[in-house]
Unconditional design. Structure first.
Length: 117
């Protein structure tokens, strides 16, 4: 079964860190991913840029609308993800408990499934 660990962090958190602090946290996350890769659990992982450079696209009444970030109403953002192959939800949750980001963000565990389920 495939599961995604979504790293959901406060939108202002990154700006409150020094570059050295950010690099150390990023290195911890990379080591975590390398461990998952060695176990054969990791399918993909990426860190995402802040919402300041994001764009949202919607269509209303047949007309496309584009909104540039940052998004004032947003208090949290997806900061990155790990796509895993696990035997069960319990295994994915156990891996999420080990994720370093759980110390400074929320790690949401989601099964991959069709959108009609």
């Amino acid at each position: 079964m495939s599961f995604m660990l979504l790293i959901i962090e406060p939108t202002t958190q990154r700006a409150g860190r020094t570059e050295a602090e950010g690099r150390e946290l990023y290195a911890r996350m990379q080591r975590f991913g390398e461990g998952l890769q060695a176990q054969g659990k990791l399918k993909a992982s990426e860190s995402l840029a802040s919402q300041a450079s994001a764009v949202r696209v919607t269509t209303a009444g047949g007309q496309p609308r584009v909104s540039d970030g940052p998004f004032a109403e947003a208090k949290e953002m997806v900061g990155g993800f790990f796509l895993l192959e696990c035997a069960s939800l319990d295994e994915a949750v156990a891996i999420a408990h080990e994720c370093p980001a759980a110390e400074w963000a929320t790690v949401e565990v989601r099964a991959l499934a069709p959108c009609y389920q």
